[in-house]
Ligand binder design. Sequence first.
Ligand SMILES: [Zn+2]
Ligand SMILES: [Zn+2]
Length: 376
Amino acid sequence: MAKNLYEILGVPKTASEDEIKKAYRKKVVAYHPDKFAGASEKEKKDAEAKCKEINHAYEVLSNPQKRSNYDQFGSEDGPQGFGGASGEGGGFGGFEDILSSFFGGNFGGKKNPNAPRQGEDIHVKINLTFEEAYSGTSKALRLNREEVCATCGGSGAKDAQSIKVCQYCRGTGVVQKTQQSIFGQQVVQTVCSNCGGKGKVIEEKCATCRGNGYSRKEASVKINIPAGVDNGVTMTVRNEGHCGRNGGARGNLVIAVGVAQSPKFRRVGNDLYYDLSIGFYDATCGGEILIETMKGEAKCKIPESTQSGTKIRLKGYGMKVLQKEMYGDLYVIVKVETPKGLSNKQIKLLKEFEDSLSDSQYPQIKKSKKTGRFGK
Ligand SMILES: [Zn+2]
Ligand SMILES: [Zn+2]
């Protein structure tokens, strides 16, 4: 029966631990039950037997004590008849462990519960006025934040003497069970249910945090909002979230920014748009008009013969560009307003004026002459 364990894994007797592990993984993948889903019963049985063999070979050769016994005495248990302490609990790197390391950890997903973990992020929304977004502002945010318990320093225990090594797993955080599976008898490692994998238990809990190691506290965090933020932007302030576990870093503070609309300006990127209504006279003769901008009043030059829809650019009167010493532009969109409710006298004057115009003074209308001008 006794097939050489090294041959089963296809490694030389001098193979290192690493080489053995690699060879084992390769073999296990080759005989994995998934590969034989559509195979005949006999093929499945053979693959299963092969898997058992591989698994046993690895169990022995991956354990320095067992391997040395095997090398010396041809048996993992040492010299025959020498008290067969096979020591099921002593094996390391169980089958499940290896599988989970390359199948994405679905075999129990062991995460070290004692490892430092980053705290959770805190999400808040702040609403700014248009002016605040333009010039930037600072806000004091009140947060209900998890903080490391000051009484126990995060251990959750009343004092150091209350932290005891878990008796179930003897401090390792894992327990090993023998299980029947498709591969035959398997030694399976599971997280110790007594200590949740921590390897230690708390006999008397900290009264302040009731054993959690952290508690919620009101915190006021001042944040600076840079000039130029736009509606819908998300800002992340690092290390202002909930406290970490086991000494891990804090989470982040994630701020969703809302900016109110301006009654005067439309924002497009860093540019602003402003609608300006002017009369027929100003549109025709041109001039300077004072308009409101985010920087205060500014002169807007209206050229002669300005048409409705003309876009006039005021350079640098737009929004501040985030994180840059630059501003967008302000575009003034001119609308020529036609007067309402004219008196007979006004209409007469207008008619007189209209009749006095030559076609060359109305180049656009001249182009569409077909429809002709109509009027009273
Ligand atoms: Zn505490
Ligand atoms: Zn335990």
